[in-house]
Design a protein around this ligand. Structure first.
Ligand code: HEM
Length: 214
């Protein structure tokens, strides 16, 4: 399926019907390596699948987990908008969804959607008593950090309020659902807007009740 979309986009690009800014796939078709060669078809497909997993699967799992917990806040926003006669969600509405985002943050703490990634040591270093030579790949895992009781009090208790009034400061790299550093998730701001908007519409356009979990 990806291949047929790819071929169609390639032809449209060659025919000048679309420009590289049309969409992500077209942009990837248009980029050139340092030697001015286009990236290979396999690289293109791998990167495209990577982005689908990075953006779709992460977001949909978080949405499923969050909905039931945020019904009352979303209904308040819905009623407020209905009273004002304004239909579309605004940035101010999204900013007022504080509890909803804290619930999402807490889910991402307990169940990281991307639980790991690799980094490469750019110099020899010691970490936790181990020597890591330059060039070695290091596998970081967020769950160990985010469930560490030296960092988060009662880490196993589901408590979205910990992001509002943390008992201890949450320093950078202590909470890393979107990773960190130059390769931190580039979709994280988009994901926040997407999640808050979808949750709002799902909560306010459907009726929700707790199912029988047996
Ligand atoms: C709740 C939703 C999401 C979560 C939890 C998430 C999490 C992550 C994590 C942990 C990484 C690795 C960061 C690192 O190595 O430091 C990552 C990378 C990435 N994510 Fe997301 N992501 C989400 C949504 C999205 C969305 C919606 C997009 C695109 C629209 C996206 C695009 C990417 C890309 C392109 C990378 C690679 C960045 C790089 O290597 O420079 N993600 N994401």
């Amino acid at each position: 399926m990806i291949l047929s979309i790819l071929m169609k986009r390639k032809q449209e690009l060659l025919d000048g019907m679309i420009n590289p800014r049309n969409d992500l796939l077209t942009w990837m078709l248009a980029i050139r390596e340092e030697n001015q060669e286009p990236i290979t078809r396999d690289e293109l497909i791998d990167n495209f699948i990577g982005i689908v997993i990075a953006s779709h699967d992460t977001t949909s799992i978080l949405l499923t987990n969050s909905i039931i917990s945020v019904i009352s806040e979303q209904m308040e926003i819905f009623l407020r908008k209905r009273r004002s006669g304004e239909e579309k969600l605004t940035c101010t509405d999204l900013q007022s969804m504080k509890y909803t985002w804290r619930v999402a943050q807490e889910f991402m703490k307990i169940i990281p959607l991307v639980f790991e990634n690799f980094r490469e040591a750019v110099k020899d270093l010691y970490f936790g008593g181990y020597f890591i030579p330059k060039g070695w790949k290091v596998f970081w895992v967020s769950h160990g950090t985010q469930m560490n009781e030296n960092i988060f009090e009662n880490p196993k208790v589901f408590d979205p309020s910990r992001f509002e009034n943390p008992s201890k400061p949450i320093f950078p790299y202590m909470y890393v659902p979107f990773g960190g550093g130059p390769h931190m998730c580039s979709g994280n701001d988009f994901a926040r807007v997407e999640i808050l908007t979808i949750i709002h519409h799902m909560v306010t356009k459907f009726e929700w009740s707790q199912g029988d979990s047996r």
